[in-house]
Write a protein that binds this ligand. Structure first.
Ligand SMILES: Cc1ncc(COP(=O)(O)O)c(C=O)c1O
Length: 379
């Protein structure tokens, strides 16, 4: 089946009891046993729930995996994955990385004896040199946050495999419509479903997908043991978002391309980051590895932080808010918001300047979006 059809029909849909087309929300913490040791497939919602399972089966199908877990947040998914590691293990990750992921790797895991080497993942020589005998996990963002770089996933995965490390790809920005990391050789895909998968800014969620039975068994075990799984209603909201994912992300992308082209010619803009622009260093790689460029555009305002702040205070239609991937356009300032947890020197070295603004281009009409940008940039 094609992507759009799978998004609507994967999982047990319609449900068997009454044939409900929309998966019912099984808002229950527990399930009656048929007999001692005999369930109808579910016993307790932390361990499993039919609504969450419909979402998990759908996400597994969309990513070309065989197993998925839906989590309470993207960070819950990431934290659970980290339990695959043990003290003494090392992680390799890219420098321009979501601030929350950076904090987990650099601050939370360190006291537990798990350290991370942050490298330029676009430089494969550096990647080769940085992999040590203790490297057990390579962490990649298929489209990086916030500079929108596209690393060479197949070659990085190969380097990791040759040294016995697993590759995890955070596919949040690309969504399964534009990238399927498992097909590119990755072992695990992680999502903040808060973003495009849900798509309506009304839920926080995460997901992990794999097709490796051993990893599936361990991830499922940790999700239940740690209690990081997603609630039924939130799972249902994400599943409803997935129904329209393909339509939405293509519309986001079309608006993002127009926005990026507009910003590129504007005199108040120093530089634009969008992998769909020929000027982006990852453009050729994005064309080769992705099926689309996504809906996020970043730019550096002239006059640095002051210029960025003036712009963010003047947008009207576009709202000053964190997060991305929802129907409504949002703008944020990575240095003080999404990436504020990264120390300033590390942030600057990764290219995340004070003048940088990240736009999550929504589904408003592009004419209205460009008018809002034009007005705000006058400042
Ligand atoms: C690329 C990326 N990964 C993971 C996360 C964390 O997800 P959540 O906020 O759902 O915990 C985010 C959140 O912004 C993100 O942008």
């Amino acid at each position: 089946m094609e992507f759009e059809t799978t998004a609507l029909h994967a999982g047990e849909r319609p449900e068997k009891l009454y044939g409900a087309i929309s998966v019912p929300i099984y808002q229950t913490s527990t399930f009656e046993f048929e007999d001692i040791g005999k369930t109808r497939g579910f016993d307790y919602t932390r361990s499993g729930n039919p609504t969450r399972k419909a979402l998990e089966d759908t996400l597994a199908a969309l990513e070309g995996g065989s197993f998925a877990v839906a989590f309470a947040s993207g960070m819950a998914a990431e934290s659970t994955l980290m339990h695959l590691l043990a003290p003494g293990d090392r992680i390799l990750a890219q420098k321009d990385l979501y601030g929350g992921s950076y904090r987990l790797l650099a601050a939370v895991l360190k006291p537990w004896g798990i350290e991370t080497d942050f490298v330029d993942l676009y430089n494969l020589g550096e990647v080769e040199r940085a992999v040590s005998p203790n490297t057990r996990m390579v962490w990649i963002e298929s489209i990086s946050n916030p500079l929108l770089g596209v690393p060479d996933i197949p070659r990085i995965v190969r380097i990791a495999k040759d040294r016995g490390a697993i590759s995890v790809v955070d596919n949040t920005f690309a969504s399964p419509v534009f990238c399927n990391p498992l097909e590119l050789g990755a072992d695990v895909v992680v999502h903040s479903t808060t973003k495009y998968l849900n798509g309506h800014s009304d839920v926080v969620g995460g997901a992990v997908v794999t097709k490796d039975p051993h990893l599936a068994e361990r991830i499922g075990y940790f999700a239940n043991a740690l209690g990081t799984t997603q609630a039924p209603f939130d799972s249902w909201l994400v599943l409803r978002g997935v129904d329209t994912l393909a339509l939405r992300v293509r519309a986001h992308e079309s608006n993002a391309l127009e926005t990026a082209r507009f910003l590129q010619t504007h005199p108040s803009v120093e530089r634009v980051y969008y992998p769909g622009l020929e000027s982006h260093p990852s453009h050729a790689q994005a064309k080769r590895l992705l099926k689309g460029f996504g809906g996020v555009v970043s730019f550096v305002a002239k006059c640095g932080q002051e210029g960025a702040f003036r712009f963010l205070r003047r947008v009207r239609l576009i709202k000053l808010a964190g997060s991305l991937g929802g129907t409504h356009s949002l703008a944020q300032h990575p240095a003080t918001m999404s990436h504020a947890t990264i120390p300033q020197d590390v942030r600057r070295a990764a290219g995340i300047e004070e003048g940088l603004v990240r736009l999550s281009v929504g589904l408003e009409h592009s004419k209205d979006l460009l008018a809002d940008l034009q007005e705000a940039l006058k400042a």
